[in-house]
Design a protein around this ligand. Structure first.
Ligand SMILES: Nc1ncnc2c1ncn2[C@@H]1O[C@H](COP(=O)(O)OP(=O)(O)OP(=O)(O)O)[C@@H](O)[C@H]1O
Length: 421
């Protein structure tokens, strides 16, 4: 188990992480979510002993990383996939990491097979695509058959098949009882991969809850109601009638109304009684991505100017800091409905978002090509990678990708060294 208590990290006058306390438990995938610059990588570096906390502490199995006996075989991590000596082959890179930790060479070939890099193992990694680099970083993390695994944005640069593979790998590792901590910007991906979520914004904890709880707290239903575009007075009339009946109405950008707090049949009756014709009356559910953005909106440091939602914000006075969002509460100016406990529990629409990945190329629990619902014969099965790209000019020197690592593990599986099976 990873445990952080009051973890704080300051770089000069910049507070990257502030008073962060959480636990990451074994046997589950824990998603670590937050906007750009929210402190995810800093937290992971502190977990791995690569950065010292300004105050507070973080331990793995009760020890700070640097005091863990044979740490590289207990904790594996992918922090920066580019942190590889480009002049070395994938195999040499992994061999050097293995030798440093006393891991047998045959394990290198095992993990190369697990991540699907076997055919390109002897090629220089500087010719690798971003996705192949990610796979090499994941191989390094698995090298020591660790019980605790940290992955910082592991799906960066991966194609849909690779994303599915990483998702299944994370789940399989957790199912073996390992502690799996995965950072991401993407709520949608984490909703399919993680069992538990830790969400931070500006270095502070915003949410620490199961994915199931996050879904039930944030997936409020709403109705989209549209009146004839040519008769704006009908829209106003219906809006007033719904409000009078206790519903909440928000305008959608396309002229429709977003209604919460009333069941669909009730909205229909109100429209009929008001003599308003409807062009649309449909059930919807706020996406988890939307709920996540609402939760973190006040804690976003870097906002794209093309972000359509940016126009919904109240401009801040020069120098003013946006307020920290309160978990479970909406931010002003955002269209998502309030969470259920605030009156957003409305009508008889299909309830809940599936916690499991849906069938299909992004959601199938099995390996690519498996029948829907069929278990993957090998959760680590890997598609063959593409050939490496033409090597670029200079060979960048770089430090090792991350501490490799590992302890005991269950029955014969591909993440386990042969000598431990
Ligand atoms: N070595 C450093 N010196 C100064 N500031 C730093 C340093 N490392 C991180 N920071 C700052 O700390 C904050 C948190 O950065 P961090 O990289 O941990 O965020 P992140 O959540 O991982 O971001 P991203 O999702 O973009 O990778 C940022 O404002 C960053 O600029």
């Amino acid at each position: 188990m990873i445990e952080a208590v009051g973890l704080t990290k300051r770089y000069g006058d910049k507070t990257a992480v502030y008073n962060l306390s959480f636990q990451v438990r074994p046997g589950a995938v824990t998603g670590f979510l937050g906007p750009n610059g929210s402190g995810k990588s800093t937290t992971m570096r502190m977990i791995l002993g690569l950065d010292n906390p300004t105050s507070g502490q973080v331990t793995i199995g009760g020890y700070p990383y640097r005091r863990l006996p044979n740490a590289p075989r207990q904790v594996g991590a992918l922090l920066d996939a580019k942190a590889v000596h480009g002049g070395r082959s994938a195999r040499s890179h992994l061999l050097s990491l293995a030798q440093l930790s006393g891991i047998p060479a045959r394990r290198v070939d095992e993990v190369l097979g697990v991540v699907g890099l076997h055919d390109v193992a002897r090629r220089r990694s500087k010719g690798f695509s971003l996705g192949m680099g990610q796979r090499l970083g994941i191989a390094a993390a698995l090298l020591g058959d660790p019980q605790v695994l940290l992955f910082d944005e592991p799906v960066n640069g991966l194609d849909p098949e690779g994303i599915l593979w990483v998702r299944n790998l994370m789940k399989a590792l957790a199912a073996e009882g390992r502690t799996v901590f995965v950072s991401s910007h993407l709520m949608s991906e984490m909703a399919l991969t993680a069992d538990h979520l830790i969400v931070i914004g500006r270095g502070q904890l915003l949410a620490d809850m199961s994915v199931t709880d996050f879904i039930s707290a944030n997936s409020a239903d709403f109705a989209r109601v549209r009146t004839p575009d040519t008769e704006p007075q009908q829209r106003e009339k219906l809006s007033a009638a719904i409000t009078e009946a206790g519903g909440n109405v928000l305008p959608e950008q396309d002229g429709a109304l977003r209604v919460t707090g009333l069941a669909l049949p009730r909205i229909s009756d109100i429209a009929h009684d008001s003599g308003v014709r409807l062009w649309e009356l449909s059930p919807h559910q706020a996406s988890l991505e939307e709920a996540y953005m609402r939760m973190t909106q006040g804690a976003v440091d870097y906002r794209s100017t093309t972000d359509q939602k940016a126009g919904l914000q109240q401009p801040l006075p020069p120098g003013a800091q946006p307020p920290m969002p309160v978990p479970g509460q909406g931010q002003p100016g955002w269209y998502a409905p309030p969470p259920p406990q605030q009156g957003g529990q409305p009508f008889a629409a299909p309830q809940g978002v599936p916690a499991q990945a849906p069938a299909g190329p992004y959601g199938a629990p099995g390996a690519p090509g498996a029948a829907p619902g069929a278990p993957a014969p090998n959760p680590y099965a890997q598609p063959a990678p593409q050939a490496p790209r033409t090597p670029p000019g200079a060979a960048p020197a770089a430090p090792p990708a991350a501490p490799a690592v590992p302890p005991t593990a269950p029955a014969a599986d591909l993440t386990k060294p042969e000598d431990a099976r």
